[in-house]
Design a protein around this ligand. Structure first.
Ligand code: SAM
Length: 280
């Protein structure tokens, strides 16, 4: 019978978050597969756990994954950990889980810290539906395409970002999603300098352009606003625009106000009125 693969979450800063069950899983596994064995060794030493470590990371996952699988199939049990947080979440591990699942190995999660979930809970934004994006592609066409897709996403967005890329990412988010979207920037969670800044995308860009971002960040961004279905006909909406015009407002201002009242886009109303009456 094959052994079990335990997915063991480790702290994202505060060692007090390491659960008794996680310690037990590491103590009882035959071996531990770790993203960076030096980082994991520190954790093991802190908790007095002695266990053989093997490395499983981005660039050896194919070969190391096969070795881990064959040991599991021969009856050994393994714990998979990453440098911090939940394995397989923006970390190596998802491939190993898929490989083991295909081979019928039992996989058990030992839950614990996950920066994305803590940040979402702290954000003050809608948590009922969210889209986890991990890290955006760094450059090029793929990044632009992804940002375009995200601009219409109605669920709350959760992104990871490194401090030295934060300003350029915020700048791209302002361009793609607009200035006014609310955002929570959760920094250094569970650590000494933990901080959550709740602002808008433009506010965040301004702040971190002036003050160099430090530490690890999760960005939680409000989803795209629901488009309201107009309850009045376009003809009626145009009449309302004309009546505002007669009251002395400009066409642009009238279209903006009636768009808010009716749900038609302000450009649609503006253009429809302009075309019909050739208004200035
Ligand atoms: N698997 C991890 C998890 O469960 O959260 C995520 C690993 S991912 C490689 C690392 C990213 O997670 C960082 O760049 C940062 O965006 C986020 N992160 C990790 N620890 C954090 C912390 N203490 N505070 C804020 N963000 C953190």
């Amino acid at each position: 019978m094959s052994g079990t693969l335990y997915l063991v979450a480790t702290p994202i800063g505060n060692l007090g978050d390491f659960s008794p069950r996680a310690k037990q899983a590491l103590s009882e596994a035959d071996f531990i597969a770790a993203e960076d064995t030096r980082v994991t060794l520190k954790l093991l030493n802190h908790f007095g756990i002695k266990k053989p470590l093997i490395s499983y990371f981005e660039h050896n996952r194919a070969t190391s994954g096969e070795k881990i699988l064959s040991r599991l199939l021969s009856g050994e049990s393994a714990a998979l950990v990453t440098d911090a947080g939940t394995p397989a979440i923006s970390d190596p591990g998802a491939d190993l889980v898929a490989l083991c699942a295909q081979s019928g190995v039992t996989i058990i999660a030992i839950p614990g810290a996950c920066a994305a979930i803590s940040a979402l809970a702290l954000s003050g934004l809608d948590t009922s539906r969210f889209a986890f994006e991990g890290f955006l592609n760094t450059t090029g066409r793929k990044r632009a395409e992804r940002l375009k897709e995200l601009s219409g996403e109605k669920r709350t967005l959760v992104l990871y970002e490194a401090p030295h890329k934060l300003v350029s990412t915020l700048s791209d988010l302002v361009s793609a999603l607009g200035s006014d979207r609310r955002v929570a920037l959760c920094r250094e969670l569970t650590k000494l300098h933990e901080e959550t800044v709740r602002t808008t995308l433009a506010g965040a860009l301004e702040r971190y352009t002036l003050e160099a971002p430090r530490g690890e960040f999760v960005l939680v961004i409000e989803g795209a606003p629901e488009k309201t279905t107009p309850e009045v006909s376009l003809e009626r909406a145009k009449e309302l625009v004309y009546s505002r015009r007669e009251a002395g407002l400009s066409l642009k201002e009238s279209a903006r106000l009636i768009s808010e009242e009716t749900g038609y886009s302000k450009n649609e109303l503006y253009n429809a009125c302009l075309k019909e009456r050739e208004l200035p």
